[in-house]
Design a binder for this molecule. Structure first.
Ligand SMILES: O=C(NC/C=C/[C@H]1O[C@@H](n2cnc3c(NCCO)ncnc32)[C@H](O)[C@@H]1O)c1cc(-c2ccc(F)cc2)cc(O)c1O
Ligand SMILES: [Mg+2]
Length: 214
């Protein structure tokens, strides 16, 4: 049977990237998706904005919602200090299996905990199950209609502290209008839009960075 897009993306990593070299994994995926087959990775242009936010926050605890093939997982994990932890949630087992191999190829498995399951089920259990009190940084890149409900759930579960940073992909394309309205109008967030482009295209998209004020 025909391979899947994630399987072909993993093939490009195994063929063109050097084991243990996260930068070469990122480059291999971007080259494949720009020249051969588009895929919904945050990409190189928005990826640089992601890098700058990660470096600025220098987080000890990171939550990623929507691993997909692990491209942004690798981008974030490669910048983390030695004992920092990144928990990434992915509910499609076939996709999670690909992401595990991409993360392993980059040599970052010790910094990443990939959890298979739906964010709505896992967010309430993260504290007791993973011993995390609060997250310094959350990267939202899963189904766009879940950005808002999951943000409210994280607030209710006490997973955000004064200064926690939420960084949301695709706030323009495909868009997350209810989420944007919420973080931009709520007195509990300081929000800022980083204008960019949809990965590997000239279409406008951007990242919204929202600091939780407690
Ligand atoms: O749709 C986009 N991303 C979704 C990601 C989904 C991945 O995350 C997983 N996932 C989803 N919901 C949950 C969940 N919780 C919620 C459900 O319980 N809990 C755990 N995992 C979850 C899926 O299994 C996938 O692996 C997107 C589209 C375009 C796009 C733009 C323009 C176009 F023309 C076409 C496409 C560009 C982008 O950058 C994009 O990120
Ligand atoms: Mg995205």
């Amino acid at each position: 049977t025909r391979s899947t897009r994630p399987q072909r993306l993993l093939g490009a990593v195994q063929k063109n990237a050097t084991r243990g070299d996260p930068g070469s994994v990122i480059q291999a995926i971007d080259h494949y998706c720009r020249n051969k087959e588009w895929a919904m990775n945050v990409g190189d242009e928005k990826g640089c904005i992601l890098d700058s936010v990660v470096s600025e926050v220098n987080p000890a605890t990171v939550l990623e919602l929507g691993t997909y093939c692990g491209y942004s997982t690798v981008r974030i994990a490669r910048l983390l200090p030695p004992h920092a932890k990144l928990i990434t949630l992915e509910f499609n087992p076939a996709v999670a299996a690909i992401a595990r191999q991409v993360i392993a190829w980059a040599g970052l498995e010790d910094k990443v905990q990939l959890v298979e399951g739906a964010s709505g089920d896992f967010i309430p259990r993260i504290k007791e199950q993973f011993g995390v009190k609060t997250f310094d940084l959350v990267f939202l890149d899963h189904w766009k209609e879940y950005y808002l409900p999951d943000t409210k759930l994280m607030e209710e579960c006490g997973l955000l502290r004064k200064g926690s940073v939420l960084l949301a992909d695709n706030v323009v394309c495909p868009g997350a209008p209810d989420y944007l309205e919420y973080v931009r109008s709520s007195p509990r967030y300081e929000s800022r839009y980083f204008k960019s482009h949809l990965e590997y295209t000239k279409v406008e998209d951007g990242l919204e960075k929202s600091v939780f004020l407690g």
